[in-house]
Design a protein around this ligand. Sequence first.
Ligand SMILES: Cc1ncc(COP(=O)(O)O)c(C=O)c1O
Length: 405
Amino acid sequence: MSLSLIGRSIAVSATLKLNETAAILRDKGEPVIHLGGGEPKTKAPMDALIAAAGLINSGEVRYTPADGIPALKKAIIRYTEEYYKRMVAPENVIASSGAKQAIMVALQAILNPQEEVIFPAPYWVSYTEMVKLCGAIPVPVFAEDGTFHPRLEDIEKRVTSYTKAIIINSPNNPTGAFYSEKFIADIVEFCEKKDIYLIMDDIYHRLIFDGKRPINCYSYAKNLTETSKLIVINGVSKQYAMTGFRIGWAVANRKLISAMTNIQAHQTSGPSAITQVAAVAAINGVQSCVDSLVLTLENNRNIMMDRLNAFTGVKATKPDGTFYCFADFSVYDKSSTKLANMLLDKVRVAVVPGIEFGMEGYLRLSTCGTVKDITEGIERIKWALDPDSPNELYIGERKLVRDWL
Ligand SMILES: Cc1ncc(COP(=O)(O)O)c(C=O)c1O
């Protein structure tokens, strides 16, 4: 079979693959604990469900405009005003089938083959593949000081005449790191000076802990006109626990939004009418669900950190937001893939290998499950790896005997 260069070069989505494997094992009755997930377990807001059901019941579910229904664009404009203190026009907004599609069409609208896109490492698994889908080159940048916080100097060193865009995701998947206000200010200024697109992937911007406030990139922009190359990405997936609804959006200059709309129109058309009305209801509805999600995630983060800190050899940095913790397990195995496979195989705990995010030796552990998932999951991992733990472990009625250490 002959496949295209792109068809051959795109890797499987590690996180989606893991979900699939975990689901197959669960269907077989295996007691899997999923610490690899990237979605809150709370229910979608009731307002969203009622709105979606209302449209379904009407029986009139039609195509929508390629850039989203006016009501959703209006809700996004209000959201942008509330959280970014910025007034934008409907022509500055596109609603897509998830933030993923919003990023993808933005990249397709700006990238030529061989151009480069820089992003800090570790990075969200899809950035590399999305850039490659455009025939362009992903350029991950590691912080030279070994932290999860990139410095402008680290990024600056990788900028070439081919650099077309920089993607910043804070708080970050997979580390949970919340970049400093100074870094955001510097990167906005730097991209303006260099005339580079800056894609702010703000999908987790409200999911931050310890009283921190979301950082507004527009506060540092000098150019707020239609020549601005700042693209802000957001969506309902994470903050409203609406991952399956597939609604995200981008706010950018009109010319770019128009090009993105043309691409989206031929690719998928407008997002689902049903989930757009649900997204409108979530954005305009009572926001206490977001506050309570943050409280739950912060508590889960604290429990995860307690357990990991009691784990000799594991180095974990406290996440400032999101529902991920990116911990260094290299003392147990240098290969994160081998380690993750072994944990699923031996103790039925699903975690994502760090290498998928560009950093070997680490595992991404997710805190979006229950407290029981976290405590039991870490206990099983500890039992599997720590030679000082007892030789036997019970999972329900099942007795496991450790014969691999
Ligand atoms: C950093 C980041 N950006 C974007 C997305 C995509 O979100 P959506 O579900 O809205 O497509 C994700 C989802 O995992 C993510 O982690």
